[in-house]
Design a binder for this molecule. Structure first.
Ligand SMILES: *[C@@H]1O[C@H](CO)[C@@H](O)[C@H](O)[C@H]1NC(C)=O
Length: 311
């Protein structure tokens, strides 16, 4: 190990957004509002799914779980980003940084798996409607949900066991608003192929999942079109919500992790998108476009709440 480059790093410095304090305060207000809406919106979806008497379809259990993961994913980075906007010296301890990356990839990996489970759920519901209730039974659903947590854990731990052991000397400036794997790995004082591993583990994986999901949704639509063209528009309206969510989730991930050698890794707009904005969009997309969800919310007397919050 080369200790000549400087002292052992105990904390990283996050560069954050450029711009004067007016801009920082503007971002602070916007992000604070977005984060509050994310927490309220996702909790609303979880409550509605859990307590409503009309949302018994497996799809809603999965939606409730997706909302939970969204809330966790956003909470892994956004509160720290918001606090940092008001501080001049944005530092994060090395363990805080490792924890941030661990949880981001944990919840992100679980969400990725859950999106595939949701595609499978739509496939069974639309292409095998008569067997839907028997195939998507409670036991299978529980297993799918547990599986998504396990895959999330394996995904994150495989990258983090290698990252925590990296030697950091001297260089400690991260040109972003939170700790992200490609940037942190680049600061390490060692020749490492870890970056390539991350490209495969996060980048390639998101890319493959994305292509797989889009192909599955296309397959479902083609099947519906062949069997009963009349039902195509209904299928299209349910599936388009799923396709939007999948694109918003995977798009930024692919850009950031599949090309970590490029400048996308420190692209703060992309970073904002996949940690701050996407977790809010999911509940909006699913509830605004889903009449059954809206009806369930009204029945649970969330009407006033949901209309003021615009959900
Ligand atoms: C998540 O999925 C499980 C398994 O089906 C279900 O029992 C649970 O209610 C779901 N959670 C939420 C918040 O919807």
């Amino acid at each position: 190990m080369d200790h000549k480059n400087g002292s052992v790093v105990t904390e990283f410095i996050l560069v954050g957004f450029s711009g004067g304090w007016e801009l920082q305060i503007f971002f602070f207000v916007i992000f604070f509002l977005i984060y509050s809406a994310t927490v309220v919106g996702n909790i609303l979806v979880i409550f509605t799914v859990t307590f409503s008497s009309i949302l018994h379809s497996p799809m809603y259990f999965l939606l409730g779980n997706l909302s939970f993961l969204d809330m966790c994913l956003s909470s892994a980075t956004t509160p720290k980003i918001i606090i940092d906007l008001l501080t001049e010296h944005k530092t994060i301890s090395i363990w805080g940084c490792m924890a941030q990356m661990f949880f981001m990839h944990f919840f992100g990996g679980a969400e990725m798996t859950l999106l595939i489970v949701m595609a499978f759920d739509r496939y069974v519901a639309i292409c095998k409607p008569l067997h839907y209730k028997t195939i998507m039974n409670h036991r299978l659903l529980n297993r799918f949900v547990i599986l998504s947590w396990i895959i999330g854990f394996i995904h994150t731990i495989s990258q983090m066991v290698l990252t925590v052991n990296l030697p950091f000397f001297g260089h400690n400036i991260i040109d972003n608003i939170f700790c992200d794997l490609p940037l942190v790995i680049r600061l390490a004082c060692v020749e490492t192929s870890l970056e390539l591993f991350v490209v495969a583990d996060s980048g390639l994986l998101s890319f493959v999942c994305f292509i797989f999901l889009i192909a599955s949704y296309t397959f479902i639509l083609v099947t519906v079109h062949q069997r009963s063209p009349a039902r195509l528009s209904k299928a299209l309206s349910t599936l388009s919500a799923h396709i939007i969510v999948v694109t918003l989730f995977f798009g930024p991930c692919i850009f950031i992790y599949a090309w970590p050698f490029s400048s996308f890794a420190s692209n703060k707009t992309l970073a904002v998108f996949y940690t701050v904005i996407t977790p809010l969009l999911n509940p909006i997309i699913y509830t605004l476009r889903n009449q059954k969800m809206q009806e369930a919310m009204r029945k649970l007397h969330f009407q006033h709440f949901s209309s003021t919050q615009n959900f």
